[in-house]
Design a protein around this ligand. Structure first.
Ligand code: IMP
Ligand code: MG
Length: 183
């Protein structure tokens, strides 16, 4: 069955407005000094690009990590693996993980535990989207753009089988052939 992404859930105008609001809140919360935005590949690449440009503080550093997770349909344990690690030392730094979406929470709760061990000065999470109904593992997320219902969404960096990342709005994917395999 072919998948389609015709139904716009969040327009690009609403996304851009929300990104400005989130950036203003982050600027207000972190007083001085550099902030490290750790973006999770690949889904968060557009969000981090817009968020970074909306921040007004002088020092914004952008780093990337690759994480692969298996959907709960595939394994009950929710295995997570680092496929690309940071090449900077974050000890003593203000660190903000930037994610596209929190779904089961497995990826972010794993990543938070991993990065805590590296002793950052602070560690928080910013996500554009949150699907709270799907949560299996609780995770403390400080900045949430939009809470959305339990539907598979694409666009603005989010993919289905590597397609649709380039859409500038967020759309609901319908007629899924089978359960999606998150990156
Ligand atoms: P987790 O289930 O919270 O660990 O989320 C793992 C990853 O699944 C997210 O970072 C996304 O890359 C992907 N994902 C979860 N829900 C969606 C969705 O609705 N659309 C596209 N990707 C998703
Ligand atoms: Mg992701």
């Amino acid at each position: 069955m072919a998948a389609t992404a015709d139904r716009v859930l969040i327009s690009s105008e609403r996304i851009q407005q929300k990104v400005l609001e989130m950036a203003a809140q982050i600027d207000a919360d972190y007083k001085d000094g550099p902030i490290y935005l750790i973006s999770i590949l690949k889904g968060a690449f557009i969000f981090v690009a817009d968020l970074a440009r909306a921040l007004k503080r002088p020092s914004v550093r952008i780093e990337f990590m690759g994480i692969s997770s298996y959907s709960r349909e595939k394994t009950s344990s929710g295995q997570v693996k680092v496929t690309r690690d940071l090449d900077v030392n974050i000890e003593g730094c203000d660190v903000l993980i930037v994610e596209d979406i929190v779904d089961s929470g497995v990826t972010l709760s794993y990543l938070r535990r991993l990065l805590e061990q590296r002793k950052p000065k602070s560690l928080e999470i910013a996500t554009l989207l949150d699907k709270p109904e799907r949560r299996i593992q609780p995770v403390n997320v400080k900045y949430v753009g939009f809470r959305i219902p339990d539907e598979f969404v694409v666009g603005y960096g989010l993919d289905y089988a590597e397609d649709y990342r380039n859409l500038s709005d967020i759309r609901v994917l319908s007629q899924l052939p089978s359960s999606p395999n998150p990156e």
